[in-house]
Ligand binder design. Structure first.
Ligand SMILES: Cc1ncc(COP(=O)(O)O)c(C=O)c1O
Length: 365
């Protein structure tokens, strides 16, 4: 049997950057400055410029980017935040940790994202904010969502954890709403070698507040304005991100090329993701009957896959009381049919062709 095609090979993804990553570590080690130093400052400037935002605040994780972002918006405690019913749990945890109430609306069954119409159905007199999640690397329809938000006077925090560089007609995600939150978890399109996150925004007062919130609520050493967090982007991780950011467009181009190959080669018996120009394919999700059988067949034939996500939020033990008595059939369908095929910077086109041939063989093509 040919060598295994892993779903994810992070060592392989980072191999092209190994020399520069080691040099960056050496530079930070030698600098003797390990918290909020030159690497963090350089990354914040470069990432803001990459996104087309005025400001960037580096934080410890994507979850913290969402939580601090919500905290900084000063939303009334107990207010409702609208999120999609198929998101990763971090979106919901952030809302709860910020003292707010998550209200889920169904995603579109073909784009897997919140739409203006589904969002409108979730708005009540208690709604204070909307959290569109650009799931799998596909932008939500932000122009329509922002129209509704501004008519209803709602804040918008974009969860961009899976959508680095994704755009709508050239405008990057995270710059449509009031705040954009990013994760640099190692598997992300721009991944650190540990946990890391960032917030992008255009408002100067919010920027000052977020810089304080991530650092114990302190704007000036030993003077605390807020009950803050210790959620500073790590200096070593910022150095690694500085090495990889200039290659993000190349990483995205490779993932788009793999997606195009799947799109052309996979049989129509699987539901393939719709492709738009601004998608960045953090994941290549197909929807397929007998998903678990296909997954086992691929594994038997040396191909690793993933499921994003097998347990939808309404079924998570942690949230049972929050969403009890409510139905989310689209999210339930996605959880039982979604299969993520290999798509990373480390995968070759030959490997992808092998995956395509195996999926089609399973389907009887
Ligand atoms: C949609 C979404 N939101 C938020 C997060 C949280 O990011 P982190 O793991 O860096 O806290 C993730 C990723 O893990 C995610 O996929």
């Amino acid at each position: 049997m040919p060598p295994m095609i892993p779903y994810e090979d992070l060592k392989g993804v980072n191999a092209p950057f190994e020399v520069a990553l080691r040099a960056s570590f050496g530079q930070t080690l030698g600098s003797g400055w390990y918290i909020l130093g030159g690497q963090v400052q350089a990354f914040e400037g470069a990432f803001a410029a990459f996104c087309g935002a005025r400001y960037c605040v580096g934080v410890a994780s994507g979850l913290d980017a969402l939580t601090l972002g919500l905290r900084a918006l000063e939303l009334p405690s107990g207010g409702e935040v609208i999120i999609p019913s198929n998101s990763y749990v971090a979106s919901i945890v952030a809302v709860i940790q910020a003292g707010l109430i998550p209200v889920m609306v169904e995603p579109d069954s073909r784009t897997y994202n919140m739409t203006a119409a589904s969002l409108a159905q979730g708005i009540t007199s208690r709604t204070v904010a909307i959290m569109p999640v650009h799931l799998y690397g596909k932008p939500c329809p932000m122009i329509e969502i922002m129209k509704i938000a501004s008519q209803a006077g709602l804040k918008v925090i974009e969860d961009c954890a899976q959508a680095h560089g994704a755009h709508i007609e050239g405008q990057r995600v995270g710059t449509f709403g009031h705040i954009g939150a990013y994760s640099f978890y190692p598997t992300k399109n721009l991944g650190a070698l540990g946990d890391a996150g960032a917030i992008i925004l255009n408002d100067a007062a919010l920027f000052d507040k977020l810089k304080a919130l991530r650092n114990y609520g302190s704007e000036k050493k030993y003077h605390n304005l807020y009950v803050g967090y210790n959620s500073r982007l790590d200096e070593i991780q910022a150095g690694f991100l500085n090495v990889k950011l200039p290659f993000l467009d190349k990483i995205t181009a490779h993932k788009r090329a793999i997606a195009a190959r799947y799109d052309a080669g996979l049989d129509l018996r699987v539901v393939k993701p719709q492709i738009s120009e601004g998608d960045v394919f953090h994941i290549y999700p197909i929807m397929v009957e007998r998903r678990d059988d296909l997954r086992a067949y691929l594994l038997d034939n040396g191909v690793g896959t993933e499921v994003h996500y097998p347990v939808p939020p309404q079924k998570q033990v942690a949230f049972l009381s929050l969403f009890s008595g409510q139905e989310y059939p689209v999210a339930a369908y996605l959880a039982s049919h979604e299969l993520s095929l290999p798509i990373s910077y480390a995968h070759s086109f030959d490997q992808i062709d092998r995956v395509i041939a195996l999926v089609n063989k399973f389907l009887g093509v």
